[in-house]
Each structure stands twice: as structure tokens, then as C-alpha cells.
Design a protein around this ligand. Sequence first.
Ligand code: UD1
Length: 421
Amino acid sequence: MQYIEIAGKKPLGGALTVHGAKNSVLPILSGAVLIEGESILHHCPDLSDVAACGAIIAHLGGSVTREGDVLTVNTQQILSPTIPKALMEEMRSSIIFLGSLSARCGKACMFLPGGCKIGARPIDMHLKALKTLGYRITFDGSNICCERGDAKGASVTLPFPSVGATENVILASVLLSGRTVITNAAREPEISDLADYLNRAGARISGAGNSVIEIEGVSHLHTTEHTVIPDRILASTVMSAVAATGGDVLLKNVSLTHLVPVLGVYEEMGCRLYAGHHELRIQSSRRPHAVKSIQTGVYPGFPTDSQAPVMASLCTARGSSVIKETIFENRLQHAAELCRFGADIIVSDRTAIINGVKSLHAAEAYCTDLRGGAAVVIAALCAEGTSRIYNIHHIDRGYESMEHQFSLLGADMRRVYDEKG
Ligand code: UD1
């Protein structure tokens, strides 16, 4: 068993280079399946979810090799249209292979995806959208089979701007004849990054980043090279940690535009922000101020993935803050873990009221999911005493060696390998 041990109350300082965005790399790796050739991908973080995508590609007949943060993905040959249950259950993003694999092979069969337990997370929008394109789908509640048949470009209107469904429609339509128009598409920066990557490989996608995306089908995609955008959620996780512990940190390799939805919240907490060229410095010297109201929303709203880390910072704020989670139905489970550190949080349905306390004390706590795990780490970083964090496999899905990154910033944080545990 592994756990993380943190001796808290050390202000953070120094510089950190933000790794590439997990939520970009995963759909891009699925997009690689469409390419009869090689993809050289720069700034790919070494995460368990990325490894899981690599295992899927290897199972399908391709290969993924890593040198530092560069992945070379060879998808010249895709031999199998099937992804086994064990690989599908590693993460939620495995469902994004549905569009690309059925487009490339003419047929794809897979099991329901796994991923963080933050709500029901159905895939109805994915399936309905692919059907609108003409794909034939059979789904028995567990196994999904999708056949390309004579699918062709069509108008797809999503009932909600789902990130995953938007990605699946893009991936399923790039190689179809005719034009596909997605209305009410997700606008997250990771959608634009996927489109940029595919366009480099010869796709004709326009409008990504807006609510209407147009895809003009092409006959094939070719070898390409791409640099993944910075991980805005890692940036905001570190910013939340600085807000909680105090300190002075320079974040390198950030997109300020992508961080706009969160900057105001840190300013409201009393942090001082200095923007540079692809850099952001954050300083905080005292207890955060409470934040009146945060409501998560689709981009450019406040990201649901930043909700848990920000909640951790607000535990020691002067006054009470309110956070409303609107995207996922069950994404406040970390609140109970934060209370182990002495936080005062009342959860009702999808709303949390965080009554700031003067300080947190050390605790033994569990990562409830990926971002909930980050929240617990932040609580431990600002708590008095030594804490232990368990279930850290959740953190490894989305943060590359988190203990190393925070240690670089002066935290006393280490991973413990306990053979007996
Ligand atoms: C992606 C991100 C995740 C982020 C989320 C919202 C990746 C790998 N993951 O997840 O980190 O928190 O966007 O920004 O990029 N829904 C349905 N039916 C569907 C699809 C979605 O009801 O077919 C619902 C979901 O249950 C959820 C909401 O729509 O309540 C948003 O989900 P979606 O945008 O699809 O999130 P993901 O793509 O799973």
C-alpha cells in the first residue's frame, strides 16, 4: 500500500512548470487511433490515466513510447476493434475511444467506462449523437457495440455541452464523408486542443472553442506532431495550495486565458496575482478571505475540477463561503474528508457552506476521487502536524508525482510504500 505523509504549515515558494493537460492528452490519444502513422506528442504528463490510454492503444495493435514528456504514438496498424472490460474500467475517458475506433475499424466493441465516482455519469448523449451520424449502436447496459455502416456527416445538437460527447462526435466524424455540425458543443480549451491536433494531421475542423463546431470530412489523417496545452486544473490546484498555506509561487507554462474563470476567486481570497508571459505569480501572506459564492459551470464558467481544491483553501478563510456544484450530482464527497482536519463544512444537496476556522489540525484522510484527493492534500499542507493521505491512486490519475511537485515548492511531503499495509 502507498500513502502520502505531509508535515504541514510550510509556506510554499519557488517556481513550478505546469505539465500538459490530462484532459487534453486523453482525447488526443484516442484521436491518434484515426491516424495511419505516427503522432509525436510533447508535454504529456506521466499519469496513470495516460498509461491506461497507452495500454488501450497497445491492445488495439498500436504502440506508445515515452521519452521524458514526449510520447511517440504509432497507430499505423490498428488490428483489434475491441477494448476489454479491465482496460475500459481504468478510467472514464476510455469511452472517447468509441468514436475514433469505430471510425477507423468500421466497428468497435467495448464495456462501460470506469472513472471517478462523482455521480451517475451516463453516456446517453455520446450514443445518441453517434446514432445521429448514422452509426449503428447496440448497448445492453454494459457492453457497447458501434458500427460505422454508412454513417455520414450530419447536424448534431447536444442537449448539454458535454465535454466527452463533443469529443466523441468530433472523433467519429473527422473521417466521414460530408459535413458535421455540432450545436451546443462544449467550449473547454481541451476541445480546441484536440481539434488543433487533428487539424495538424489533416482534419478540417473549425469553430472549436465555440458552441458550434463544423467538421468537413477527409479521407485520411497523416503523421503529425503536437504540443499539449498546459493543465489549467494543476495550475489552479497549486494556486489553491498557496492560498491555503501562504507563500509566493511562480507558475511557468500556463495559459492565462484558460485561467480567467478562476483568477477572480483567488483575488477575492486576497491573493496577489502577477501575470507574465505564459507565467503567473501568486502570493498570499495571510488567512484567505471568504468567497461569497462560487458556482461551477461549463467553460468559461468556474471549472468543476477546481471546486474541491478551492474548497480546501476556504476551510481556513475569515468568514463563510458558499460553493454550489452544478455539473456533477455527487461531487462534494471531499467535504467530509476535509472535516477530519477540523474544517466546518455543511453540505446540503449540491451546495456546501464552508465556515472558515482559524486553523486545521493533522488528520488521516482518504482521497475520494482525483480532485477530492487534491483537496485533502491541500488541507494537510496547511494543517498543524503530520497527516497521512490514503487512496492516493486517485491523485496519480491526474497529477504527475504530486509529492515531488509540492516538495520542489518547499512542502514536507513524501510517498510512503508500506508493504504490510
Ligand atoms: C470531462 C473531464 C472532467 C470534467 C468534466 C466537466 C476529461 C477526461 N474529463 O468529463 O475532468 O470534470 O468534463 O468539465 O476531459 N452527461 C450525461 N450524459 C452523457 C454525458 C454527460 O448526462 O452522455 C452529464 C454528466 O453526468 C455530467 C455532465 O453531463 O453531469 C458533464 O459531463 P461531461 O462534460 O460529459 O464530462 P466528462 O466528459 O465525463
